[in-house]
Design a binder for this molecule. Sequence first.
Ligand SMILES: C[S@@+](CC[C@H](N)C(=O)[O-])C[C@H]1O[C@@H](n2cnc3c(N)ncnc32)[C@H](O)[C@@H]1O
Length: 240
Amino acid sequence: MNSLPSQLLRTDFGHEVYDRWYLEHARHNFEAPDFVQKHFPFYEEVLQLTKNDRILDAGCGIGSYTREFARRGYHVVGMDKSPHFLSEAHKITHREGLEIEYVLGDYNEMAFEQPFSVIFFEGSFFYESRGGSFILLKQSHNNLTLDGRLYFVHSNPHIRKQQFPMVNLSEIQKNVYVLEMAEYDEKGGGERCVWVRIDLETQIHYKCDYFNMHLRPHELKDSIVTAGFKDCDFYKKTRN
Ligand SMILES: C[S@@+](CC[C@H](N)C(=O)[O-])C[C@H]1O[C@@H](n2cnc3c(N)ncnc32)[C@H](O)[C@@H]1O
């Protein structure tokens, strides 16, 4: 056993330790350009996009989708709560010769002076409770024009829970390990995830745990309508 006293510190999306690991080891969670491009005809069709639209890419990460909107000539703003992801987004955007505004902030608290005609969440629509889903939908509604459209991807709990439990341990550098665990909490109706970074040399460890709730389709529909949206359409989306 190491004689150093150990510390267990908290980290999360937006904190340096978690974000650095994400950028170096979990970058696959940010979609690759060919995957993004493949799905654009679908977005353009279901959202009936026009060049007059003002789009918010909420939870944009390193801007994989934001840049594709911009490449196609749409006016887009990217928003994320991680300064590290946004810094990476700025770098890639600059390298590609594009100009995009990125805003640092929590989408649960968004309050834009000028509303958007489209708010787009791809792999970033997260909430911890029924109340949280309502706040997020209501916030989105408040930041949309009267004819605005909201797009988000939502897991179907019946399918999602088949992917759990999940355990993964990796040595990310000598004597530094990351343990990821996730299980489906039937009672809570969502996935409970734990991420721990164990540093055997410094004995300074980090932990991040979070819960992502998944309402069932009819509950989600109720929440959407209660938040003030007039219509909603469901589409089946798969990774292929
Ligand atoms: C799995 S990544 C997806 C990123 C991007 N949409 C993509 O598909 O490439 C989820 C992103 O949501 C962001 N995020 C999570 N909660 C957020 C919040 N409350 N406000 C703003 N961004 C958030 C994270 O920082 C992260 O960049």
